[in-house]
Design a protein. Sequence first.
Length: 473
Amino acid sequence: MKRLVKNILCTFLIFNLCLISVYANNSEEKEKVYSKKQVEEDIEFMIKKMEDVHPNLYFKVPKEEIKKDIDEKLKEIDKPINSIEVYRKFAPIISKLQDGHTSMLLPQDYIEKIKESNKILYMAVEVEGGKIYIKDTYRKEYQKHNGWMIESIDDKDSSKIYNEMSEYISGPLKPFKECCMENNFILNYYIDNELKDEYIIKIKKNTEEKVIKVEGISKEEADKINPKNKNNTEYYKYEKLNDNTGLITFDAFSDLDKFKVFLDRTFEEINKENINNLIVDLRGNGGGNSHLGDLLIEYIYDGNYTQANRSDIKISNEIIKYYSDLAKNEGATEEEIKELKDEYSKMIGQVYTQKSVASRYYLEKPKFKGDTYFLIGRNTFSSAVMLSSTVKDYKMGYLIGEETGGLATNYGDIYRFKLPNTGLNSFVSHKYFVRPNGLDTGRGVIPDYDIKYLGGMDPLDVALDIIKNKLGK
């Protein structure tokens, strides 16, 4: 039983929080409004749930400050409001907690409204250092302006747009917030801006300024001008770069069984081709089930390891039910589940610390004996950060790129719940993960080769140069 409990409590399911709201279920309900009393009940429910589940909810901001902010927003309500207005008022307060795994999700009816509109400002942006840049308008006449800085949209200064979007995004690091702005720009933009037939965008490059007019379009039209806009479910792929180097692009920790099949096939090909340098690209990986990280590690590393020095787990009725259901799904008997409930019911409200023991879970020995290079960056989060910190702390390979957008030691493993009146979805961390070396520096994982000291080179090119120099070519 204790082994079962340990296995259940070690299950990490950390999601890509920048994209989680986009894939909510469809809804055809008409817009509803909620009374002040209903909103107040929902916010009280949410805060109570977060306090019960989170190991240390107020680790960055005092409880009194959050309560004061909530009271002020409640006083502003003098008539029934809709779900997006509830979100506008209270999501920024939750984001002040600075936990990237504790947040309110955008309302589903708001998401559907944007998706069904034919007035969408459809373009890709890059957000860095407080600035917003055009990545792609997907319109031939404006391709030459890719990379230009946006100064304003419809006379609203881009700094104001940036600050508005930033307020809603929970997370401790600026790169994390900026990547979330990039990944979800359209939905984030319309929280505080109206849908329009045409958008007037003022842009700048060096000293040159231009004004471009971008027509609002539908999602169907967006899919036509950018086929890649459709959901991509190819989370991992392999390609041979040259006679001695292979590349695994690893974009999400999703589907453990499928990933094992992928790795078996990939490493069979790698060994057959005598590939002795492997590059793993985690730059676009937002996380998922960290057991995929365990699996990859055991294909390339020959020792015992642990992805977390320890994990602190807040014991609550919600989490006991959550893990009891998980245990049932994994084949536990009714007697074992009862024992689990009885054991942890005595600890309600306490933080249970589980010290990790280095071991192996899937393979006795690795299937690759060459050198491994991991590419990391601002878009590397959650379980991908856990993997990166494990690589760093155990010296399993070389890290190349930028500091990760997610913290190396952080709160995570979300518990998701719905507010009773508005139906808004929220989630909260129920664990605290400490990286393998036991340190909490308040930083992401720092690469061994940081591109900011290498003239901004593409990390893939850096890896290839290192391999080339190593081979004396």
